[in-house]
Ligand binder design. Structure first.
Ligand code: SF4
Ligand code: SF4
Length: 89
């Protein structure tokens, strides 16, 4: 089954930047850790990503979902799970 990202509702990220400051917690993002748990590409002042346009796949929520999870998990369920994780950070 192939799922196109343009068929998915956008992930409702509020841009809080918490996930970018906790990359050290996950084995999938630990390689981005600048040494204090936060991503080396996170900008404290803007709370944004300095490489947003070219950020890695693991940071591209919809693209990551399509490539790794779409065949196992409906998008709304994936969004719900991830919003719960966001709220727990
Ligand atoms: S923690 Fe969730 S809401 Fe905050 S920036 Fe990351 S994905 Fe967006
Ligand atoms: S690369 Fe960008 S989007 Fe990904 S964790 Fe780092 S700051 Fe966040």
């Amino acid at each position: 089954m192939t799922v196109a990202t343009d068929g998915l509702a956008p992930f409702p990220c509020n841009g809080c930047g918490k996930c970018c400051q906790l990359v050290g917690r996950s084995v999938e993002t630990a390689w981005l850790d600048r040494g204090d748990g936060a991503c080396r590409h996170f900008d404290e002042a803007s709370r944004g990503c300095t490489i947003y346009a070219s950020r890695p796949l693991v940071c591209r929520v919809q693209d990551y979902y399509v490539q790794h999870l779409a065949e196992r998990l409906p998008w709304p369920e994936f969004v719900k799970i991830n919003l719960e994780i966001c709220a727990s950070l």
